[in-house]
Design a protein around this ligand. Structure first.
Ligand code: HEC
Ligand code: HEC
Ligand code: HEC
Ligand code: HEC
Ligand code: HEC
Ligand code: HEC
Ligand code: HEC
Length: 401
């Protein structure tokens, strides 16, 4: 072969390579997470019912790029002002599509910071980040749903607005599906640098089910196949593996060996979470916020049944919160009425007990770590969280009567 022929052969080879790549990738459009991942929206083609109901869950909205449609708070006077104990006020302002937190000192504008990223679906709270010099910082004012108003962000000073709290990629690891980040090393300090607003917002299907491009490709090419291929079958996971898949994000804030984004169903949580001291803590010392796994694991239901996992009570594709009867039905799969396993409380008829096991045995308790100072209030209001330490709360039940 001469040079030209070789070049020609090479071109053919490259072209064939490209073409076959294209046809392989045609089903699952490119995803910024890489070739193993399918485009997040592609699941809708074959799992429309799950996809549609999932779209309205808290998981799907656990983060967002900031905008009029994603920030829940009030931007109209007079409800758009947060007063600090010192001289400053912060005013929430809308300018076209852009939203700002504007600092006013003695009635004059001193600075303004954009809303770039939203954390929190707004069940209880939303907190906001602004981007500057390739870093994300938390804005001092959050939206606090129980107060239906703006509040000082948790742990922020009460007398002045603070704008220098750096937000690490770990927050995105639990609240989003991807964030563009690189590490800049200078001597011994490592700084995380982010591309502005570059993320896959919310928790998508592949965060729980793992990368699914091969699954999408297979089923697109084999529409007659009814059995799932190239996807982890949830039924084949052990109890621990199922728990770990939720506990990755529901074990509170813990340091990690590797990014939470790389976790796939079936992986071991101990390969991700660095054990911290003191560990384990007493369940009563654990904060109700975020520690669902540890609290549940300390409950007799969990310890004495061989099967209980998060799916015993939660369907992650559907929003079921506040539906106490649905949850109580799930309690009664093990604590059947008229059986010795049923509630021992004699203060109320069985039919009444069956309406709502939850408020007596899994009460909503104040969080010690998440407290927000509401506008013009002296002391902070704690976020209240449903405890997962399932138990008898005698004192609380007495107060309910
Ligand atoms: C071209 C069709 C198609 C697309 C697109 C598709 N799937 Fe599937 N999927 C199937 C079929 C067929 C099954 C087997 C029947 C069933 O369980 O619905 C399945 C089953 C599953 C299962 C069940 C596994 C188990 O435990 O039984 C999961 C999880 C799943 N798909 C996730 C996804 C995700 C995530 C996406 C998007 C990234 C996706 N699928 C896109 C066709 C598809
Ligand atoms: C990638 C991290 C992540 C994983 C994995 C995860 N969660 Fe969550 N979960 C969150 C975050 C973040 C929130 C808070 C969402 C919000 O309101 O902004 C949340 C909220 C919830 C809620 C409250 C929803 C509501 O409507 O009140 C439930 C229940 C829940 N998760 C259960 C589960 C279960 C069960 C699993 C495992 C099948 C799981 N989660 C896996 C991060 C995760
Ligand atoms: C928070 C984690 C989580 C997210 C996010 C999630 N799933 Fe699931 N999914 C599960 C778990 C856990 C099961 C097993 C449920 C069980 O065994 O009760 C499951 C089961 C399934 C199944 C098989 C059985 C069924 O319930 O239909 C399909 C299909 C599925 N998921 C598709 C999806 C799709 C599509 C999305 C995105 C729209 C999605 N899932 C998002 C955790 C999740
Ligand atoms: C280990 C996983 C994890 C990390 C890391 C994490 N969160 Fe969360 N976050 C959760 C879970 C789970 C919930 C909901 C459950 C709860 O409240 O107990 C939540 C709830 C929230 C909420 C309230 C959402 C709502 O609508 O009720 C906000 C706001 C929030 N987180 C912001 C942040 C910020 C900011 C960071 C980084 C400093 C962060 N989170 C880091 C898991 C995490
Ligand atoms: C998977 C089965 C299962 C489910 C679901 C379940 N439990 Fe249990 N639960 C048990 C077992 C087993 C025990 C230990 C034996 C006993 O006390 O009956 C237990 C114990 C208890 C106890 C006694 C706790 C103590 O510290 O002595 C209470 C209270 C309780 N469960 C309430 C509930 C409530 C409320 C729900 C629903 C939110 C629920 N359980 C769901 C299996 C389950
Ligand atoms: C025995 C039943 C049961 C089990 C098992 C269970 N939960 Fe829950 N969970 C509930 C109930 C009931 C609520 C309250 C719903 C409401 O307030 O509307 C709840 C609420 C939550 C919330 C929202 C908390 C809040 O205050 O906003 C999260 C997050 C959550 N569960 C995560 C988990 C995770 C993760 C697991 C597994 C480690 C799990 N749950 C296992 C019954 C259960
Ligand atoms: C009005 C509050 C209330 C409601 C509603 C309620 N319980 Fe109870 N439950 C109690 C109290 C208080 C006790 C302790 C009774 C005693 O020991 O005299 C108890 C005892 C129990 C026990 C036995 C605990 C032990 O020490 O062995 C179980 C199991 C239980 N409840 C499950 C349930 C389930 C399941 C439901 C819903 C179908 C439910 N309870 C509804 C207050 C309540």
């Amino acid at each position: 072969m001469n040079k030209r022929q070789i070049l020609f052969m090479l071109c053919i080879a490259v072209a064939v390579g490209l073409l076959s790549r294209c046809s392989n990738r045609s089903a699952a459009a490119a995803d910024p997470r890489g070739n193993a991942f399918a485009d997040a929206a592609s699941c809708a083609q074959c799992h429309k019912a799950v996809y549609d109901s999932y779209a309205s869950t808290a998981h799907a909205h656990s983060s967002a790029v900031a905008g009029g449609g994603t920030v829940k708070g009030n931007f109209n006077a007079p409800g758009n002002v947060f007063h600090f104990a010192g001289r400053a006020d912060v005013v929430m302002e809308k300018q076209g599509e852009e939203l700002f937190q504007k600092v006013m000192v003695d009635g004059k504008e001193a600075a303004r910071y954009p809303f770039d990223v939203v954390f929190g679906s707004g069940r209880k709270a939303q907190t906001f980040l602004y981007w500057r010099n390739e870093q994300y910082f938390q804005l001092p004012i959050s939206w606090f749903v129980p107060a239906d108003g703006w509040a000082n962000s948790p742990g922020f000073p009460a007398d002045h607005p603070k704008f220098d709290r750096v937000i690490p990629s770990t927050c995105f690891g639990c609240h989003s599906s991807m964030v563009k980040v690189r590490e800049e090393v200078k001597g011994v300090t490592i700084t995380e640098k982010f591309a502005k607003r570059e993320m896959i917002a919310g928790i998508d299907c592949q965060r729980c089910h793992g990368p699914a491009a091969a699954h999408v490709d297979f089923h697109t090419e084999n529409p007659a196949a009814k059995e799932p291929h190239h996807i982890t079958l949830m039924d084949t996971l052990s109890r621990i593996q199922r728990l770990d898949a939720c506990a990755l994000c529901h074990s509170g804030l813990k340091p990690l060996y590797k990014p939470a984004f790389t976790f796939k169903p079936g992986d071991k949580l101990s390969d991700f979470i660095i054990p911290t001291v003191p560990f384990p803590q007493k369940p009563t010392q654990l904060d109700v916020h975020g520690n669902q796994m540890q609290l549940l694991a300390a409950s007799q239901c969990f310890l004495q049944s061989k099967t209980m996992n998060c799916s015993s009570c939660h369907n992650p594709h559907v929003t079921e919160r506040t539906n106490m009867q649905t949850f109580s039905q799930r309690c009664m799969t093990c604590h059947e009425p008229e059986s010795p396993q049923f509630c021992k409380h004699t203060g109320k008829p069985s039919a009444v007990l069956q309406q709502n096991c939850i408020d007596c045995h899994m009460p909503a308790l104040p969080s010690g770590s998440i407290t927000l100072l509401a506008n013009r209030k002296e002391s902070p209001t704690p976020d209240s969280v449903r405890t997962h330490l399932i138990a008898v709360y005698e004192e609380l039940v007495k107060k309910m009567d």
